[in-house]
Design a protein around this ligand. Structure first.
Ligand SMILES: [Zn+2]
Length: 73
């Protein structure tokens, strides 16, 4: 894969692909309703790549395969 969405690093120097960078599912308005009221785990709207230490977001992805993986987690 030649595509590189972001090559930048976060405050503490981690980059995409580093174990410190976590993939966190992000939900839109509807997703939050399903989560909080119905207790369902909706399909995330996108995945955020975020450093677990400084919480800086390095980028997002809407890759359907990533999203599907989070849905069954
Ligand atoms: Zn960081």
């Amino acid at each position: 894969m030649r595509k590189k969405p972001s090559d930048k690093s976060c405050h503490c120097g981690h980059r995409n692909g580093d174990p410190a960078i976590q993939q966190e599912p992000e939900y839109g308005f509807l997703g939050w309703i399903m989560l909080s009221i119905f207790g369902l785990t909706p399909r995330p709207d996108w995945i955020a790549f975020r450093c677990r230490y400084c919480r800086e977001e390095l980028g997002t992805s809407r890759d359907p395969r990533l999203l599907a993986r989070r849905t069954t987690a």
